[in-house]
Design a protein around this ligand. Structure first.
Ligand code: PMP
Length: 392
């Protein structure tokens, strides 16, 4: 990349930069609150009190009791933990329901731990779960849990988690809500009504390697055995600096979210509208459905997603491809395949996701860069070394 090209970051759903305030809290905790909170001297007891305080702050945001918040390393751990817990409580029988578009840490866990014991939920064309069909399924009985994420990491599609929490409560089935993409972008209020909620700090402006799982009150998670930290739910010395930094980032994100996101959604919508006009055959996944204000999943013609991403990188724009945040970057998104898109079309996807610092001009600049790449492609269309995905 030309070092003089300003890099604009459009992959916030993969990870966010650490918020400066969260970095300050992290450094300060390492300077002053680095003691092991389980020891008995004053410094440790102070860290233990600080840990209780940040737990209370998270619980206030979600509207649940502090004892339901268990700090861990992030959402992959949280999702795996949930399914190991289900396996411990229901070792032999009971069906697990999940939506299409769940993160791989959800469906890979289910596939590995519960072969033959899971069912996909019905959904509309965008992937939003069909609540009536779910209710019919729950009426038939035999289900133990429902896993539906709050917001999709690739398309930004929002799921009706409040209604799902009510429905699951009525049928006495656990509702597991992966809120990783929701919490840093939309208000957390009410999430505590879901039985299990999983979250990663780095998706909301906090540090990598921290997160939490919200559990029901009468639950003995025992996700890691050892010293019995986290009220016995998860052993291992607590990462207080990471946790405190995450909670500061959460406060900042929630403050942004409380001020409204309509203007930001309009910038994204204007970008999409102009893109659809400028380039034939583009499809925006979930357009018309309720989505996160920051996300645009574009199925692009001309090149595959990896080629688009490399060209945009050279032009100064970071966008995602394939399955969000996974190491298998060259593979087609499993979410798109689950929704019925062909592998050829899915491979043309680029994932665009803005952050709180992204401005209208950044969206316009991104559009301009995409148009330039398209014009250049057409100018060289006689060049047979170009892969035209339409002709594959
Ligand atoms: N769930 C969702 C919806 C995600 O977007 C991600 C990260 N892509 C995860 C879970 C896993 O998070 P982490 O990699 O931080 O463990």
């Amino acid at each position: 990349m030309n070092a003089s090209v300003k890099q604009r970051y459009f992959d916030h759903n993969a990870t966010m930069p650490l918020a400066p305030e969260a970095q300050e809290v992290w450094m300060d905790a390492h300077r002053r609150a680095w003691y092991n909170p389980s020891a008995l001297y004053r410094g440790s007891l102070q860290v233990s009190v600080l840990l209780d305080e940040v737990r209370e702050r998270v619980a206030e945001y979600l509207q649940c009791v502090p004892g339901c918040i268990v700090f861990n390393s992030g959402a992959t751990e949280g999702n795996n933990t949930f399914f190991h817990y289900v396996q411990r409580v229901f070792p032999q029988e009971g069906i697990l329901l999940l939506s299409k578009g769940e993160h791989p840490s959800v469906y890979a866990s289910i596939q590995s731990l519960f072969p033959g014991r899971y069912e996909w939920l019905e959904h509309d064309v965008h992937g939003r779960v069909d609540l009536e069909a779910l209710e019919q399924r729950l009426k038939r009985g035999g289900c133990v849990s429902v896993s539906v994420l709050a917001a999709n990491n690739e398309s930004g599609l929002l799921q009706p988690w409040r209604e799902l929490a009510d429905l699951c409560k009525r049928y006495q089935v656990w509702y597991h809500c992966d809120a990783t993409q929701w919490l840093g972008k939309l208000p957390a209020r009410g999430l505590g009504a879901c039985d299990f909620v999983t979250v990663s700090a780095h998706k909301l402006g906090g540090p990598k390697g921290a997160g939490f799982i919200k559990i029901p009150q009468a639950c003995s998670l025992v996700s890691l055995l050892g010293g019995g930290q986290e009220m016995g739910h998860r052993s291992g010395t607590e990462n207080y600096p990471g946790i405190a930094s995450m909670v500061r980032a959460l406060e900042i994100a929630q403050d942004h979210a409380s001020k409204g996101t309509d203007a930001r959604a309009k910038w994204r919508d204007a970008f999409e509208g102009a893109l659809l006009k400028a380039i034939p055959k583009v499809e925006i996944v979930g357009r018309g459905a309720e989505r996160l204000w920051n996300t645009s999943l574009c199925l692009m013609p001309g090149y595959d997603g990896v080629q688009w991403a490399r060209k945009l990188d050279r032009a100064g724009f970071c966008v995602g491809v394939g399955s969000a945040c996974s190491s298998a970057k060259e593979t087609a998104s499993s979410m798109l395949l689950q929704l019925g898109y062909s592998e050829r079309v899915a491979k043309g996807a680029i994932r665009i996701s803005s952050g709180w610092s992204t401005q209208e001009g950044d969206w316009q600049a991104l559009l301009g860069a995409i148009q330039d790449i398209w014009v250049e492609r057409n100018a060289h269309s006689a060049d047979t070394s170009l892969v035209d995905i339409d002709t594959l």
